[in-house]
Design a protein around this ligand. Sequence first.
Ligand SMILES: *[C@@H]1O[C@H](CO)[C@@H](O)[C@H](O)[C@H]1NC(C)=O
Ligand SMILES: *[C@@H]1O[C@H](CO)[C@@H](O)[C@H](O)[C@H]1NC(C)=O
Length: 393
Amino acid sequence: MEIEITCLIIILNSLLSNCLFIPKPLPEDARLNFTGLGFKYGHKVEEHSVVSEDGYILTVFRIPGKKKTPVMLTHGIADSSDTFIIRGKRSLAISLADAGYDVWATNTRGNRYARRHVKMDPDKDPSFWDYSFHENGYYDTAATIDYILQTTGEKKLQGIAHSQGTSSHFVLLSMRPEYNDKLKLFVALAPVAYFNNIVPPVSSLAQIGPDLNQLLLNSKIEELVSEKGIERKLIKLICNQGDISYDLCVLLSGFYVSGFDAKRLEPSFLPVILGHYPAATSRKSLLHYDQVYLNKRFALFDYGPMQNMERYGYMVPPDYNLRQVTAKIALIVGNNDNLSRARDAEYLRTLLPNIVQYHVMKEKEWNHIDFIWGNDMPETLFPYIFPLLEKYS
Ligand SMILES: *[C@@H]1O[C@H](CO)[C@@H](O)[C@H](O)[C@H]1NC(C)=O
Ligand SMILES: *[C@@H]1O[C@H](CO)[C@@H](O)[C@H](O)[C@H]1NC(C)=O
């Protein structure tokens, strides 16, 4: 009997140690923050704090460079400044720094580097989470631009943003048009203003968006995909198992929604991503995007007829007036991007008055996340960014 039990334990042990979910330490790049990664890849990083008009405290990372015009990077939904550096030597932030640019990697309210407020406590005040890409642009990006210009003494900077970061730039530049003069150039990677051409599974999720929102409201959940969440821990564990768990990791991480391409997203890179992403967002951020899809309009948040009347003077929220967006803009688009569809970008292109470049990536698998995490960005993507930065410097 005792021998049998010992055998059983030995067998169980060996099964477990070969099992999918035995915790392995995450790779170093999954654990270092922006500053640590900057140092590791050869650059000095400064940490700055920007306070928005409405009291959010945002961390901005700067890699100082010789070139005068600052380059400001803005991340997408549930993401952070880290997204631009986790590819290390092949990342946008390090490639810019290596080329002598003055790089400013920003964070918008709610994520791990911007989960602070002068008055509100994100764990106790639901109103901390009362924001979407609207406030990200109108307050966060505005405050960050002003801070960078003030600190450097420059009059203008160049902006590069991914996904939601592009929506918030379009909000800022249409609602506060004086900011157009503060941008020499804005490069929009996977630009998002319309979801008219999304297809399942993304559109199916968007269809049930209002129900999901009600569910979250009922459960009093305002902060989504937080770092402390149990689902986050589980995904990290799964994604750290190499080839064997690739499909499961990709499924659970939601990369089927964004589109992904295994060639540019190798298994060993997944745990690095999951060390930094997702970095939290708000229920309202998703709901606002859902309204964009359901109403087929790039418009201010819809609070319902009564509150809309009070806030906007109309029963329906007004559109963002993209004609006001007069800054020079480059739109860079992926053919296999299931969130920011090429046809929606084409439509956006017709509405923006000052497009200096419109480029659809030649690689047919190119999708939403290749713009930040693709392993061949220096060869495929950067040749469409760096010459523009030079040209409009
Ligand atoms: C980044 O990590 C370093 C080293 O652990 C730490 O000193 C620093 O405060 C961190 N910065 C931020 C903004 O979290
Ligand atoms: C993206 O959508 C297309 C349909 O337009 C589909 O064929 C493709 O499999 C989707 N990609 C992913 C990763 O879901």
